[in-house]
Design a protein around this ligand. Structure first.
Ligand SMILES: [Fe+2]
Ligand SMILES: [Fe+2]
Length: 390
């Protein structure tokens, strides 16, 4: 990450960061990008982002250049902590005030908040300066907290956050909060469509589609990195894919309960009707007006096509199958194998990887095998992030 050379460049970076946020529709991708962009313009070594729900702070995402430069990975994780004033993020969430702390080890005893050293100890990291900003919506409600850690110089020395960052950070956090509100609404609308599908097919649950969306992004990220996809294109694609993959089975809303909920095997005719869910999904998503509509339609129509041409509904083969549908197919099958279903227990990790290996011979794009395999740990972490509600 390069540092801004002068204040003009710094202002330009803040403005450009804001422009990127308003174009992101998916909430998970947006949270990650709010943090990435803020770290970029403040030149922060690390950071975390939280959302606020009632009395809880939900830890959503963290980044840390020092840890990554050691060749370690930041795990994909999500957890909640009580929204109380005794942590720095909690204080900011409760009061709506920003905190700019030069050295977390010199926080006065009388301060209501203190620094929790446990993460530093666990990760062999040393937090010094922090800038913690509230994401406040237009109803003056704190909807998230952005915490930036260790501003640094070009020589990677950790320094305090300059006071200019406070004002610009506030401006940026307001843009972030507005984008967050809009992304929340989009997620709610998508989940309503998914809930309608779930009435018909109990396998198509909210956690299942969230997992499929996140797995697809993880596989795409690996592919995009190897293929050096430019940032702007990569950010756009992962955003649209995260949402579009969720609707892969939306066509099942048009399939009869008699078939979807039938115990035991389907007859040949019933199977044919069932296979129609791809065409129905494409029908629901017709009149493509945006890249989201177009990708969602491609995925709904083609997620059961096979690399060797043996799939349905059109028997497309190889690169005739749209790329994002090839990715989503891998994610959907991986989730079906590794999850419990009414008719089966979840398969063991070993059985899942063996079966996926076998399916890469003729069902899945063989060029994506390396990206699936390299992301397997991430996929398993994503799985625990979206457990089935019982
Ligand atoms: Fe399907
Ligand atoms: Fe599915």
């Amino acid at each position: 990450m390069e540092t801004a050379k002068n204040s003009n460049e710094f202002f330009e970076r803040v403005l450009a960061a804001g422009a990127i946020l308003v174009n992101i529709g998916d909430i998970d991708i947006l949270l990650e990008q709010i943090l990435t962009e803020a770290r970029f313009f403040t030149n922060a070594d690390a950071g975390s982002i939280y959302t606020v729900e009632d009395n809880l702070l939900s830890f959503e995402h963290s980044q840390n250049d020092t840890i990554v430069s050691r060749g370690e990975r930041i795990p994909y994780t999500r957890y909640t902590i009580p929204k109380t004033k005794d942590s720095m993020a909690g204080y900011v969430a409760c009061t709506g005030k920003l905190l700019n702390i030069e050295d977390v080890r010199k926080i006065p005893e009388e301060a209501p908040y203190s620094f929790d050293e446990s993460y530093d100890k666990m990760a062999f990291y040393r937090t010094r300066s922090t800038l913690t900003l509230p994401l406040v919506n237009n109803r003056h409600v704190v909807v998230g907290v952005l915490q930036l850690i260790n501003a640094k110089t070009d020589k990677r020395e950790f320094i305090p956050f300059h006071s200019t960052m406070e004002l610009l950070g506030k401006y940026y956090a307001t843009l972030g909060a507005l984008a967050l509100e809009r992304a929340l609404m989009t997620r709610t609308l998508l989940m309503r469509m998914v809930n309608m599908t779930e009435f018909r097919d109990p396998k198509e649950t909210g956690p299942h589609v969230n997992r499929v969306g996140s797995y697809s992004v993880a596989i795409y990220d690996s592919w995009a990195k190897e293929n050096r996809i430019p940032d702007e294109e990569r950010i756009h694609n992962r955003d649209v894919l995260r949402m579009a993959a969720m609707l892969h089975d939306v066509g099942k809303t048009g399939i009869s309960d008699l078939i979807l909920k039938k115990p035991g095997n389907l007859s040949a005719d019933e199977r044919k009707t069932m296979e129609n869910h791809c065409l129905l999904g494409a029908e629901v998503l017709r009149n493509c007006e945006s890249s989201f509509d177009e990708m969602a339609r491609d995925i709904a129509l083609n997620h059961h096509e096979n690399w060797d041409g043996s799939g349905y509904p059109h028997g497309l083969a190889g690169e005739q199958i749209p790329f994002m549908a090839r990715i989503t197919a891998i994610a959907d099958v991986f989730d079906a194998l590794s999850s419990a279903r009414a008719y089966k227990d979840p398969w063991s990790d070993r059985m899942v990887t063996d079966e996926m290996e076998r399916l890469f011979v003729n069902k899945f794009d063989p060029g994506l095998k390396v990206h699936f395999s390299s992301q397997i740990t991430v996929l398993r972490e994503i799985k625990t992030t979206y457990p089935e509600q019982v």
